[in-house]
Design a protein around this ligand. Structure first.
Ligand code: ITT
Length: 199
C-alpha cells in the first residue's frame, strides 16, 4: 500500500522511509511533488494538516505531513514553527543555524536547553473524520558550535539528552540509523502507528 508524504524536503522523505520500513514494511512512502500549499498556520498542527490535506486531495492517497522545528527555551520556544525561515525567506539552513548560535552566544549551560518537535498529520482522502495529529518531542540542548555534517537543518548544533556526558555528539555526528531510532520524527511516528492500522 502507498502513503504519500506531503513534503518538499528530501531529508524528511529519507527519514520517513527508514522509520516506516522498520515497523510497517508493507507501507510504501512516496513523495509528493504537487503544488505546495501556503503554510500560514501558527502551530505545527495547523501547518501539518494544511500540507496533508493538500496532498491527499491532489493524489487521492492517504497522506502524511510533518511540520517540525527546534524550540529553544531561553528564546521562549523560538524558532518553533519559523525554524525553516529563521534567517529569512530563503530557507537557508546554514544561515538559520548561524543565527541561532549568534542569538545564544551569551547563554551558557544549563540554559541552552531546547527540543526538536515533529507534528505529523494523517489525512485519508474523502474522510474528514479520519484526520489525526500526533507529536513527538526530542529534548536536548544547543551546542556552542556546529559539528558533524549528517542529517539536515539544525542537526549539527543539537545535542540530544541521554548521552554519555564524556562523549556527547550533535545529531550531525550521528549515523542516520541512530537518528531514525531516536528522533522527534521517530517518536511521533510511534504515536501514529496504531492509528495507521486501517491504512
Ligand atoms: P516541508 O514543509 O516541505 O515538509 P520544510 O523543511 O520547510 O519542508 P517545515 O516547514 O516543517 O519543513 O520546517 C522544518 C524546519 O525545522 C526544517 O527546515 C529544519 O530547519 C528544522 N528541522 C525539523 N526537523 C529537523 C531535524 O530532524 N533536524 C534538523 N532540523 C530540523
Amino acid at each position: 500500500r502507498q502513503i504519500v508524504l506531503a513534503t518538499h524536503n528530501r531529508h524528511k522523505v529519507e527519514e520517513f522511509q527508514a522509520i516506516v520500513a522498520a515497523t510497517r514494511p508493507d507501507l510504501q512512502v512516496v513523495s509528493y511533488d504537487g503544488p505546495e500549499p501556503v503554510e500560514d498556520g501558527v502551530t505545527f498542527a495547523e501547518n501539518a494538516l494544511i500540507k496533508a490535506r493538500a496532498a491527499a486531495a491532489h493524489t487521492g492517497l492517504p497522506a502524511l505531513a510533518d511540520d517540525s522545528g527546534i524550540c529553544v527555551d531561553v528564546l521562549g520556544g523560538a524558532p518553533g514553527v519559523f525554524s525553516a525561515y529563521w534567517a529569512g525567506h530563503a530557507k537557508d539552513a546554514a544561515a538559520n543555524l548561524k543565527l541561532l548560535l549568534d542569538q545564544l552566544s551569551d547563554i551558557r549551560d544549563p540554559h541552552r536547553t531546547a527540543r526538536f518537535i515533529s507534528t505529523i498529520a494523517l489525512v485519508v482522502p474523502g474522510d474528514a473524520s479520519s484526520e489525526e495529529v500526533v507529536e513527538g518531542v526530542w529534548p536536548g540542548r544547543v551546542a556552542v558550535a556546529e559539528s558533524g555534517s549528517g542529517g539536515f537543518g539544525y542537526d549539527p548544533v543539537f545535542i540530544p539528552d541521554g548521552q554519555d556526558p564524556a562523549a556527547e555528539r550533535t545529531v550531525g555526528e550521528w549515523a542516520p540509523h541512530e537518528k531514525n531510532a531516536a528522533s522527534h520524527r521517530a517518536r511521533a511516528f510511534q504515536a501514529l502507528a496504531p492509528l495507521l492500522a486501517a491504512v
